[in-house]
Design a protein around this ligand. Sequence first.
Ligand code: GDP
Ligand code: MG
Length: 173
Amino acid sequence: MEEIKLAVIGKGGVGKSAITIRYVQDVYAEYYDSTIDDSKRKQTTVDENSYVLDIFDPPAQDEYSSLREAYRYDTRGFLFLFSLTDRLSFEQISVLHAQLLKDKDSDEVPIILMGNKSDLIDKRVVTSMEANELASKMKCMYIETSARSGDGVEHAFEEIVRCVKSVEDTFNL
Ligand code: GDP
Ligand code: MG
């Protein structure tokens, strides 16, 4: 079965570990310590093809070293995660994205933009409209998620697989 390595990238506290655990185990882990085991695997079927997704959930607080670490793991798709309740985490995405394109020397890197913690309606500070604007600049899809409720999580992983396959098919990689 084809294996696809993915990485979840974003500021500390946005929910990278909670999203990964929600997807892999279908539970909400409020206090998950990803320093114990930072790679998680799950088998899935997308468009009638089966894959094993190997998800890198970086333990580091430093997002730049997390990116560099992800390259070492031969990451094929990047899930850029911010929290809808943390504006700084949203603003940081553009900087991380620019860094990724520069490092890869390409603007065809498979990416999904995810706005997490959609369940915290009262604490929301980033609108869907501005997130969609950012996604169109990044030429990628935007999906709102909640690791807590599970909303959008399966969808995001399905779309990153589609994105990886279509970019790689286009460029014959
Ligand atoms: P990481 O540093 O990016 O790995 O973030 P964590 O997964 O450790 O999550 C940081 C905090 O945010 C924890 O207290 C989580 O329980 C909480 N959290 C993560 N995702 C969600 C979510 O979708 N909704 C809510 N309400 N809290 C979340
Ligand atoms: Mg974590």
